[in-house]
Design a protein around this ligand. Sequence first.
Ligand code: SF4
Length: 442
Amino acid sequence: MQVPPRLTSPRLYHLTPVESRWADNAFSEQGRSVHVDAADAEVATSSGLIIGKHVPPAARLHRRSDCPGAGSGQPARVTALTTPLRSDLAGLNCRRFSDWLRPLVGHGPRQHRALYKALMTTGRWAPEAVEEWREVESVRPGTLATLAAVAAAVQHPPVVESLTAHEPGVGTTTKLVIGLADGRRAEAVIIPMRGGRHATVCVSSQVGCKMGCTFCHTARLGLVRNLTAAEIVGQVLAATAHVGARPRNVVFMGMGEPLDNLDAVAEAVAVLTDQVGLGLAPRHVTISTVGRVDQFARMAELRLDRVNLAVSLGSADDAVRSRLMPVNRSHDLAALKAALLAYPLGRGRRVLIGYVLLAGVNDALADADRLADWLVGLPALVNLIPFNDFAGSGFRSPEPAAVEAFRARLDARGLAVRLRMTKGDEVMAACGQLGDPALRRR
Ligand code: SF4
């Protein structure tokens, strides 16, 4: 093979079959291998694009003598990626995505926005998605090839398992188990709404949780680690790709206490509500907490008061609540009520109060009265959630008659109340059931 004389230590990089297909698609040129004098270039194409982790700015690509354009004596145009490839692309809003993309492919903000929209609304950032990006208006083939090569190196964590439960008239509930780079797994649930016409995605903010709520399966894991913003948004993108449409709502009610990982949650919300991308309205995003009132001020600072706030209450009796939810020992009901009254809810907004009904623990009419008393003065919508059982829980689900009596009592006390239907319990996807013990492995 003839090596251009100017190269002292040339390296031949053979494209993988997938990369070759992109190169072919994008450039219709013959060369599938190039000589690059950058020791650590990872991918190169014969049209002069280099993508590598640490390609020095002075990197030069020389066309092979049998490639079109060879023999001019001039080095081919080189676009070197001096910014390291990043695996957190899903955690970037459009502005940060554009900042990252500019040195790679040039182009203007309009093209960057178009690509960002394609990425986020299809939920696909994978080699196979290149054909879809091709539809994006005004994107040059060279850009597609660059992005395709980057996508080969940077892919979203895969869905390693999906479990579905179908109920006639309700729709299909799907639990997605997503493999993370360190071998851990995150769980997200796609919940059908309005007979399956829309979807709500319930995302995890942590692997495991340290809050120790006794009625929650996740608590048994303890806290394994926080998820990054990219890993949180990645769950929504995986759900989007799975359903083939953007979800209507995203709720932070999966594994973890979101206020225990607030910075990543705030970044994820900024991405989810970025109008160029997924474009969720803030009122369609809900953050649920067990009552980490010490984080409420910070939530407002991070502009998370734009989205809905949900509080898991468990009981309006301090002794019972402390037994069910250890957080009550440091932030009791009086502190929680005071913090909620001071919280900048915004005009016409209500705080969602989640109340898990446990037979013989908190489902008596006296408990309903206590709850109604505690809620006086607070604009609230009560979500009643009959306990979803799991092996060894030590609790029982209430009888339907007890649930209805509890609901009717709250109704009679003038409260806005909603009974949350159980969805996905047969695949351990229902509320409070996430957290397969295998998530703790490694
Ligand atoms: S209910 Fe929420 S905060 Fe409590 S242990 Fe489970 S995941 Fe953690």
